[in-house]
Design a protein around this ligand. Structure first.
Ligand SMILES: *Cc1c(COP(=O)(O)O)cnc(C)c1O
Length: 951
């Protein structure tokens, strides 16, 4: 027996195929004898970076957690009463540990394969139902990125949906009592798109002129709750559409927007159980009235049926989304906030209507208690009608009162030198109320008297009557409900998820640990800088590491998804051109193969999309590129390229493409979603890019969460740095960047940044580079092994792929009738999540194994694919028709397989246990193949009554 010579490093744990014998076996299959030899062939010399990355050397898990403890210790927790869209809340431990911190939930992918996603789809349907009930509007999505961007989406939705002749091209009017960060984000978006926004005090009536849409806030940022029905009616009489940004907890007590006549309701679900997280991630919501569902942005879960007629969930109306509609999409949003929406949905399931109402009632009573106490002490209040937030006039004493509160461990909101805001929440205690009173010098707390909400804003209608919100009251029940749902799903904790372009790699437990530590999770985004030193040190450290990795000069982690990073980058380009008197440059070249978000983001940045053709070998068609550059020379703003291309190949001529665009005065946007093929080997900032976004939820280990959270940092060269995202809340600073704010809070989805920070520290420069090399090896191994069964569509000049490969099924489909979708569904019977289906080329599967998969798991996948290929041959040779094949009838439920009526043309064993290893570990999907089209024709997107599930 040999004694291991060294203790495994973290990189040894992160990388799946680490044993030399495994690496050698994989190399042999690809035809190389060293990993470096393979990498040198695969990655073109012209882009290789000159020197290794300069990063701190790798730390162990223990060391990283200690370092995070030190950073956490530099943050100061406080009682957070700043409000302004963010409120402290209690995340029930059963939900924190078993959802937020549970790999079955956080490692799941977006539910595009609905048969293996019924659990999270049900949880998201619960979220939609909760939003629909609380807002009294019939259709809600799940979910949007944050409240400010949700309002921006609502404004754009109103501009698309308003067909009234005079109102259509009118201005958008925002109430002055909207959240300031909301106003800032909307103004930024409007500027790029060239429509007028007016901010006015709408409780005093509407401004004159044509109005496309109106946005109200309920309660207002001042805390005021008022009857908005009159202004809503007037707006609609004048042809405008109306959006109300509403607080879901308040809506348990006050009249919902739907009942006041609003067309759209938006807001944040944060205070329903999601920690403050220093600003995010939190789920935003949007609900609309009937007739607007087809223009609603974001994902909608709907109910359909499977091939046995059993009700089943799946994403509805996907043809509105950017991945199909590109520049005509309803929005550029792709990754949203699924995990946080799920947390909020379980919070509502656990508390139910009575529990939520009791929480809201306590919050309201505590706010009234404070109001009574402060008024008795002579302080003047902004409004007597409020839910949870008071605005107090303190002439010239705001600083004094705020300091006095801070000395008592309480953060209040500084509105201006004469005004202070106080927001009560679920965590407010009697001691807190006494301390606030003392900070105002107001003596002992008095019993609440007066300040009842006026009758016209009191809610009388029911909500959350569905059984799911009235069943799981004990912790045992909720625990089992959570477990039951997660058992229906396949996530990374059970199987490889070989999704090309999505980089579903390990989300290490050590990386996840810090996110729920109170010193990170309980910090308000607008807390004073003196309390957030640890956060800011972590963030600036991560930004610096990402700048080093990408070869850019400046990074902003503010964008909270890849799509938002794209928008931020394109707006930076726009700002740059304008600053040089070249505002006419508004054409964005986008290759035909680009991710749909690229085109959708370009439109949001006010650009015109011109598509560049793809050559037969998958690279950019140079003749077409040159023609498009020539035709748009004076108006060329940018090209957006993905590198390695979405075809999973390193195009050797990327520098020439960049040079040609630069020579015409354009800027180069490199979509960095595929950075997992570059880290440590090549830097977009050095091979021609001016700006990129990265997806920390792909390459840098933030888990996918079933469709979010994400972080999409934007990285740029120095000349674009001044145009990087600014701060929507003017009270902070972003290190001089004065560009358009992209998210509501300065640091976007800060709460999940410790994950990527830890990953970089755990891996170090060497580990990160080895991860990239291992990802290349794994992809090339899959390509080599499967090529004879499913031809690999594109390879680079060396015959190698990058970190993913496209398997071309089109010829096989033509010959056998078996589609790529059939293969995707059949893989479920083998316990696999499908590869990326029909992107970027229809009729293909794109496989990305990542560095984290071990050889045995990769071989299990290859075996499944080869077995499927044999079944395709069974169709070709007439053993059964495609309609009667196990492929078309996949996936197989346990019910189907044990049915005494089994009449298929293939044995049950082949259906359920096509390879022998499955007898030990068999996953049965809860439903069979789902008919998506039927669900779109008859849209049901709230919890169906339970009877419909009885069969
Ligand atoms: C994932 C991806 C995006 C979009 O990122 P989101 O975080 O989902 O918005 C953009 N481009 C490419 C190539 C991607 O793979």
């Amino acid at each position: 027996m040999t004694i291991q010579s060294s203790v495994p490093t973290f990189a040894d744990r992160h990388i799946g195929a680490r044993r030399q014998s495994d690496i050698d076996a994989m190399l042999k299959a690809v035809g190389y004898d060293s990993l470096d030899g393979l990498v040198d062939s695969a990655v073109p010399d012209s882009i290789r970076q000159e020197r290794p990355l300069k990063l701190d050397s790798a730390l162990s898990e223990v060391e990283v957690l200690n370092a995070l403890r030190t950073l956490a210790g530099k943050n100061k927790t406080a009682v957070q009463m700043i409000g302004q869209g963010y409120y402290d809340t209690v995340t029930p431990p059963v939900i924190r540990r078993n959802v937020l911190e549970a790999p079955a939930w956080y490692t799941a992918y977006t539910p595009y394969q609905p048969e293996i996603s019924q659990g999270r789809l049900e949880a998201l349907l619960n979220f939609q139902t909760m939003v629909q009930d609380l807002t009294a509007l019939p259709v809600a999505n799940a979910s949007l990125l944050d409240e400010a961007t949700a309002v921006a989406e609502a404004v754009l939705l109103m501009r698309r949906a308003n067909k009234n002749k005079s109102a259509r091209d009118g201005k958008t009017v925002l109430d002055a009592d909207c959240l300031p960060q909301t106003i800032a984000v909307v103004l930024g978006r409007a500027e790029a798109l060239g429509f007028e926004v007016e901010v006015a005090h709408l409780s005093q009536g509407l401004p004159s002129g044509d109005i496309n849409g109106v946005v109200l806030q309920q309660p207002g940022v001042s805390g005021r709750v008022w009857d908005q029905s009159t202004v809503i009616t007037e707006a609609k009489e004048r042809g405008a559409l109306v959006t109300v940004a509403a607080d879901l907890l308040a809506l348990t007590l006050i009249t919902p927007p739907g009942e006041q006549g609003a067309d759209i309701a938006v807001g944040s679900a944060q205070r329903l159980g999601v920690p403050l997280f220093f600003g995010g991630p939190h789920a935003a919501y949007m609900a609309v009235r009937e007739g607007m569902e087809r223009t609603l942005p974001g994902r909608i879960v709907g109910v359909s049926r499977d091939n046995a007629g059993v009700p089943a969930y799946r994403l509805a109306l996907q043809t509105r989304e950017q991945h199909i509609r590109r520049e005509k999409a309803t929005s550029n949003i792709c990754t949203a906030q699924a995990l946080l929406a799920i947390v909020s949905s379980f919070y509502a399931v656990y508390h139910g209507p009575d529990g939520l109402k009791a929480i809201a009632g306590t919050v309201h009573t505590n706010a009234r208690t404070l109001a009574t106490t402060l008024r008795a002490a002579g302080w003047e209040l902004g409004s007597d009608s409020f839910f949870d937030t008071l605005t107090v006039r303190v002439p010239r004493e705001a600083s004094k009162v705020i300091s006095a509160a801070e000395a008592r461990g309480i953060n209040l909101r500084r509105i201006d030198a004469d005004t202070v805001g106080i927001s009560v929440d679920e965590t407010t205690t009697p001691e807190t109320l006494s301390a606030v009173s003392a900070a105002f010098g107001a003596g002992p707390v008095r019993e609440a008297a007066g300040f009842e909400l006026p009758g016209e804003v009191l809610r009388t209608s029911d909500y959350l009557q569905h059984p799911v919100f009235n069943t799981h009251r004990s912790e045992t029940q909720l625990l089992r409900y959570i477990r039951r749902l997660s058992d229906r799903d396949l996530a990374l904790d059970r199987t490889m998820i070989p999704l090309g372009s999505c980089t579903m790699k390990l989300n290490a437990t050590a990386e996840m640990e810090a996110i729920s530590w109170p010193e990170f999770a309980s910090i308000h985004p607008f807390a004073p800088d003196s309390q957030t030193e640890g956060w800011r040190e972590l963030i600036s450290g991560l930004e610096a590491d990402l700048a080093e990795i990408t070869g850019y000069d400046q990074v902003s982690i503010q964008p909270n998804a890849g799509s938002q990073g794209e928008l931020a980058g394109l707006l930076a380009i726009r700002g740059y051109h304008s600053s040089r008197g070249e505002g006419q440059r508004n054409v964005c070249l986008i290759p035909a193969s680009a991710h749909g978000t690229n085109a959708a983001s370009a439109v949001l940045a006010g650009m015109k999309v011109v598509v560049v053709a793809t050559a037969a070998d998958g690279t950019i068609d140079h003749a077409d590129l040159n023609a498009k550059i020539e035709a748009n020379r004076d108006v060329l703003s940018a090209i957006m390229i993905t590198y390695p291309s979405t075809h999973g190949v390193y195009d050797a001529d990327v520098r020439e493409v960049c040079d040609a665009v630069h020579a015409a005065g354009g800027q180069v946007y490199v979509d960095g979603a595929n950075l997992n093929a570059l880290v440590g080997l090549a830097q977009p900032g050095k091979f021609g890019g001016d700006v990129s976004h990265l997806n920390l939820h792909k390459t840098f280990c933030i888990p996918h969460g079933g469709g979010g959270p994400g972080v999409g940092p934007v990285a740029a060269k120095a000349h674009l740095a001044p145009f990087m995202p600014g701060d929507a809340n003017s009270q902070g600073s972003t290190g001089g960047a004065t560009g358009v704010p992209i998210s509501a809070s300065r640091f976007g989805s800060a709460g999940v940044l410790p994950i990527s920070w830890a990953y970089v520290k755990l891996m170090g420069a060497t580990g990160l580079t080895e991860a990239t090399k291992s990802a290349l090896l794994a992809a090339n191994y899959v390509a080599s092994r499967l090529n004879e069964h499913f031809p690999v569509l594109y390879t680079g000049e060396s015959g190698l792929v990058a970190h993913e490969c496209i398997l071309d099924l089109r010829e096989l489909t033509a010959r056998t009738g078996v589609t790529a979708e059939d293969v995707a569904k059949r893989l479920i019977d083998f316990g696999f999540h499908a590869p990326t289906l029909s992107f970027p080329v229809a009729g293909t599967l794109m496989v990305e194994p990542t560095e984290s998969e071990d050889l045995a798991e990769i071989n299990r996948f290859i075996e499944a694919m080869i077995t499927i290929r044999r079944e395709m041959e069974q169709v070709a040779s007439g053993d059964f028709s495609v309609e009667d094949s196990p492929l078309r009838n996949a996936p197989h439920t346990a019910a189907a397989v044990v049915s005494s009526g089994w009449a298929r043309k293939y044995p049950r064993e082949q259906a359920a246990f096509p390879v022998s290893s499955l007898t030990q570990d068999k996953y049965f999907p809860p439903v069979g193949r789902i008919d998506g089209a039927a669900g779109d024709r008859n849209l049901v997107c709230s919890c169906p009554p339970l009877e419909s599930f009885e069969n």
